[in-house]
Design a protein. Structure first.
Lengths: 377, 418, 377, 418
């Protein structure tokens, strides 16, 4: 047993933390978020050069063949920086989709492109009626000759408009909410019949409503087995959960640090407010909640790769519950302890809080995962 | 001021002497309630009602036009003595009125004039001040804002540094106020200013009324992270204020400020607005699906709503105990602090439920959708757009007007004698 | 609307509070609890003389014809005194059973005797499998000639051994847990086939396991309608809930007062511990929880008598949830803030805490009533 | 001592340098675990195991006989240096050992000797003290108790007043200690006593070892409200203590006391015992019925258990991070305070679940049923009798050994620099 970072991991951690601290200032981040594209292409190229986009890409496909722990290290630092680049959708969900569902051909085509920063992926898995249930799929893929015709709508597809390829979950059989009868398709962004309605998200990102109106794809667009894609989807979403949990830990740590600094410097009643015992204990609760969350995020990262499916699901859901609750507590209290300052758009605090809040619902909220955990034994 | 015996007094003294404890309305109360309800139904403009129902952004005209409607009916200042334009209602009638305003989806009354500076002028102002300011507050000709907090003085109000130097028949004011809600709408600001810097902290402060249109007053909006622009910084650069705008005595302003804090009890808990909002949670949860069924049928979520509903009931009946005790002629201590901190906790809890109801549709950021005059097709359900901003914005309720931590300090000191 | 006490109610309140303060000291209470009978017969006679036992007895039957509010006033004071006399079972549940289920004959026989302090009642409504569900009844009453033969076991019947008459819920029809098919019977304490196993309870009271082994009762022993007793049982238990809620409020107030006194007198680090802000805020939370509970207890008392069934049920369940949660919080924190002193058997604090804890589960815990409330609309 | 940079250090430093992060046991660790597990299965007497499983009362003999079994195996003091009888295990092995002790339902090791006074003697004691006391602690020939708290000094330890006056080759001790767990079993007590009353509070305190069998020592049991008799007051009336029983230097006792606080980390969170207890919650919830089905099948209750289970996992993996960092050679700051306050919160939460499981059968008070040698038919289910006493008794865990409020003060100061 060894729940410590390896030397390589420490190096990675130092690198990405240095990058965030030196180059990813809050003002710059705001500018990138508001730009046409919504993020910085330069950064993306840099990420590729540093190998970050290829952590989950095997060496044969031009990646590093790393683990979820390295992804978590990156994501934690990205949390601190409130990074807007579409790492999660492309280099976590995208690569996982290919690893767990992709054919040799698909992997050979896409993984090197992802690692090189040349291909962006998005994943449409939610629908307006589905809430967090991955099997609640009504988008239809109808067999038509050699290929398929897709009709339906996918909701809140993160980073869809900037993606080159969008993966969508569809129903090819079974009744609504059946586990069986779900299939995945790779759709090129320019496919006729695919329309997007893009919007900004409250946390500074981008997403889109995705409309499929007789969108036609070839047989080679099928990702994984027809009708049996649910286990792949679950595995991929679990990888996404680990990534956002680590990101949330980075945010929580940043909020704790900012709040602690504020407590030490802000003077009221002739002394730093950090001398008030109620605020001290609140800060302790925040700090401890953050550390407990960090333990769970890395535990889930290890188990994502190492454990069998039931144990993996339990670990991932447990982490999501812990981080959902801790995130809400820390986010709200960081604002509260900053007083009226915490309400301003100018300070980073509110923006961290918004991203943490969005992570709460991403891939299922605490209630959903508590239920999944409770019923997993 | 009540101290340690609090457990046997204050709230515990269900005072008065009627025939029976009765939680139903009397015929007279019911008639009053019906009258208010009918008036609101008839006179509240539909577009304003819709904005309030859907938590959309209100603009100045929305507030003012509704306040003028109340003013015409003579209902603008139920908390004022009748001679100044009050209604002469009992505490219970005032409570019922507040409740109907909430249930009828009316805009909140802007508190700075009628609820805050008005009572101070009535209690401590000169006859000239009363004649000059009170009618214009009632009619909403003047909108007010509050100049208390400063960049360096938040919870520690008394450490303020905005100075007012006497110069003949004027004060010359220099300094800055911050977190000033609605300053960009306001015609007047009531300010705590330092008139004697040699005196101890809380002494040497005066209560001054300043025309926002005076030369040297400037307003800078402060954007909050939810995207709203409702608070401001207000700068005073050699602003000349006639000495007649001093309320009461020079250097006694702290007394007037304390009078104001905790003066207003009715409605501070916001129970009725919270009930209305909780009904909205249920309505939306009945529309959202979970496993093919309405989310509201999910036992877990039903019980989550129920837990908040019960906490709200507890606050409601505590509020009623206080109102009924007031009706029976009792004086209160720090009840407003209790109502405020519990009230805001529950308001916030309800916004959390709203957020949970809409799931992924909390993500889209569509500020246009909650502003005036947007008619495009919504992203996801139409009701979703306002909810995340509401959740974010509502974090302010436990901060503004004395943080909840400060409220607990007050209760510890004034009620428990700690 | 008037949510204040009437003059008469204030007088009652003063009387009972004076009685508790002057005569019901903690040491005496301990002695009565440990006595053979488990309470003081003298007190019981006194209660009768003061009219307390007849609050829920109409004037024609020798009572005061009072309301649940007056009962709540008594129970709140009894809470402060940790009164061990069987007021709840006889003068709340007993009278309510007769009012809502009793025949004219039964009322005429028993109500005057209760009011006069001459008859004690107990109510067996729970069974080992039933948890808090009043319709989960397996004790069988079989028609036999004119009368009935009863077989089964009732669990944790409060004050059963000292009672003259025990009322039990039985199944006369329907399947287990059906609402229909439940009947109530009055059983004289000495009835052959009725056996009790008495024990002390952790809160200083008494209870018993009640075994019915071919216990035979006459037709006149039926209380209310055969097969249709569930609504009566629910109404009676609701009255019991209001009473224990008020009792809990008295306990909470006593714990708050004791804790506040301790905070003001106990010195640590050279000052009263009440100067520590964390303890101040904790105390505020306790105080507010107590006041919110008081509001709910009296609200439920008013609605018990005045409201129609659905509103009554909602009010009663809401009060029980509030008081269950507040009681746990206040009880635990009162012990915590007393430090090691709070753990001692010598101080009253632990005993208040134990009674509060037992009230949590009596007539259904917070989870049960939250569910009842949530599903009542 | 770590300060504000804590968020980037201490726990965050997942230090060391192995090939991969790995939460499974190595072959060597697995073999170690199996060895411990087999030993416990073989040697733990069945009647003791049953008592621990069912939360029944343990008597002195239960503790001592199990400790002697461990002693014979050489496993009594894994926290001691090998030269004094320690095991030489790694931090991870020690963690695994603690876990097996818990999962195997062994009695807790009485901490006062091996975990508390032992390390102090090893660090600060004379050679003679080491030779005299350490072997008898290992063998459980001497049982110890802790003389820290006094009637007037609880959390504020340093204000103690028990005096030790030097008289030739002896100290004469007068005063009283309280909340002394297991004093009625103990042969020795380690005491903080005041040797210089002129000195400032924390100076002038010495660390003295006192034979409980000395003339002038008397013990009065303090009954706790759950019915247990495990704590005591200890009185010293002109007790003569040989000067050789002073540990270290006179008036330096506070330093040794601080060393002791926070010295022991492994096992302080009690994760494994809590896991075992949580398994018991599930087991009992599977036997109790609700609407004709096992309570465990009630979704609400399942999720309630799950919520605690997740919190326990978070504590477990945090504990493992700390153990692995220790293994990698890091020094720690206030981690033991974190483990203690979270650990006790969860222990208490689990007793709440147990209480809820048994419903009405929490009411019967049957102290005989949890004492040795009771064989009558239980009232209700046999497992019920011990649960309310356990719930009540376990309230102590957030009080004894420094209240949870004190633990948070320590974290605020030592980790956060507040």
């Amino acid at each position: 047993m060894d729940f410590t970072f390896t030397l390589e991991q420490k190096l990675l951690k130092e690198n990405v933390e240095r990058f965030i601290a030196n180059e990813y200032t809050f003002d710059k981040r705001r500018a990138w978020a508001h730009s046409e594209l919504g993020f910085s292409r330069e950064h993306w190229t840099r990420f590729a050069e540093l190998g970050w986009l290829g952590i989950d890409v095997t060496e044969e496909h031009g990646g590093l063949g790393g683990s979820a722990v390295e992804q978590a290290i990156l994501m934690e630092a990205f949390g601190r920086g409130l990074v807007v680049e579409p790492y999660l959708t492309t280099a976590v969900l995208g690569t996982a989709l290919l690893h767990h569902g992709g054919s040799i051909q698909q992997k050979q085509t896409l993984l090197p492109a992802i690692a090189a920063g040349e291909s962006l992926i998005a994943f449409g898995f939610a629908e307006s009626q589905s809430r967090y249930h991955l099997a609640d799929v009504t988008t239809i893929a109808r067999k038509d000759g050699d290929g398929f015709v897709l009709n339906g709508t996918k909701s809140v597809v993160f980073n869809a408009a900037g993606a080159d390829t969008i993966v969508v979950s569809t129903r090819t059989g079974g009744a609504s909410r059946d586990d069986h009868g779900i299939s995945l398709f790779l759709i090129e962004r320019q496919t006729p019949g695919l329309a997007l309605r893009e919007y900004a998200t409250v946390d500074g990102g981008r997403a889109a409503e995705l409309l499929l109106n007789d969108a036609r794809v070839g047989a080679d667009a099928v990702l994984g087995n027809i009708d049996n894609a649910l286990p792949v989807i679950e595995r991929v979403i679990d990888a996404g959960i680990v990534a956002v949990c680590a990101e949330a830990v980075g945010i929580m740590a940043a909020l704790c640090q900012a709040t602690l600094d504020y407590l030490k410097t802000r003077q009221q009643f002739g002394r730093p407010i950090g001398e008030f015992q109620v605020l001290q204990h609140r800060m302790v609760d925040m700090y401890v909640a953050c550390e407990l969350s960090r333990s769970m995020a890395y535990m889930a990262a290890v188990k994502l790769d190492d454990a069998e499916a039931t144990e993996r699901r339990r670990a991932v859901s447990a982490a999501k519950v812990q981080i959902g609750r801790a995130g809400r507590f820390i986010g709200q209290q960081a604002v509260q302890l900053h007083g009226a300052m915490g309400m301003t758009d100018e300070l980073a605090v509110g923006h961290y809080f918004k991203r943490l809040t969005m992570i709460e619902s991403t891939f299922g909220d605490a209630d959903y995962h508590l239920q999944r955990f409770a019923n997993s034994e | 001021m009540v101290t340690a015996t609090a457990f046997n007094s204050t709230l515990n003294q269900l005072a008065g002497a009627s025939l029976t404890m009765d939680l139903t309305l009397s015929d007279k109360e019911r008639a009053f309630q019906a009258q208010v309800r009918a008036f609101i139904a008839e006179r509240l403009p539909a577009h304003i009602k819709r904005k309030v129902e859907d938590s959309l952004q209100l603009v100045k005209e929305d507030y003012v036009s509704w306040q003028k409607i109340l003013y015409e009916r003579g209902w603008m200042a139920p908390n004022w003595p009748k001679q100044y334009g009050g209604t002469g209602w009992t505490p219970i009638e005032r409570y019922l009125f507040e409740e109907e305003l909430a249930l009828g989806s009316t805009p909140r009354i802007i508190p700075f004039g009628v609820a805050m500076v008005g009572p101070v002028i009535i209690e401590f102002g000169s006859e000239a001040q009363k004649q000059r300011f009170l009618p214009r507050i009632l009619s909403s000709e003047d909108l007010w804002c509050q100049g208390y907090s400063e960049p360096g003085a938040g919870s520690d109000l008394a450490s303020l540094t905005t100075r007012a130097r006497r110069d003949g028949e004027h004060y010359i004011v220099n300094g800055a106020k911050t977190w000033t809600t609605m300053a960009h709408y306001a015609d007047w600001i009531f300010c705590l200013v330092r008139t004697d810097s040699a005196a101890k902290k809380q002494e040497g402060i005066s209560f001054l009324l300043i025309d926002m249109h005076s030369p040297g007053v400037s307003v800078r909006p402060i954007r909050t992270f939810d995207g709203a622009e409702e608070i401001n910084e207000v700068y005073f650069d050699d602003v000349s204020v006639p000495a007649e705008n001093l309320v009461g005595e020079e250097n006694k302003g702290w007394t007037y400020a304390k009078f104001l804090l905790g003066h207003e009890r009715t409605g501070i808990a916001g129970v009725a607005r919270s009930k209305k909002q909780l009904a909205r949670v249920k309505e939306l949860a009945a529309r959202e699906l979970c496993d093919g069924k309405p989310l509201l049928e999910e036992q877990r979520f039903r019980e989550k709503i129920a837990a908040v509903e019960i906490e709200l009931m507890a606050l409601e009946y505590t509020n009623l105990r206080i109102v009924c005790a007031e009706q029976a002629g009792e004086t209160m201590a720090a009840e407003s602090s209790i109502l405020k901190f519990r009230g805001t906790e529950l308001q916030q809890a309800i916004t959390e439920l709203l957020l949970e109801v809409i799931g992924y549709y909390a993500h889209p950021n569509v500020p246009q959708a909650i502003a005036q005059g947007w008619n495009e097709e919504p992203i996801g359900p139409a009701y979703a757009a306002s909810i995340a901003p509401l959740y974010f914005n509502w974090r302010k309720t436990s901060i503004y007007g004395g943080t909840n931590e400060i409220q607990k300090n007050i209760i510890a000191k004034m009620v428990l004698g700690l």
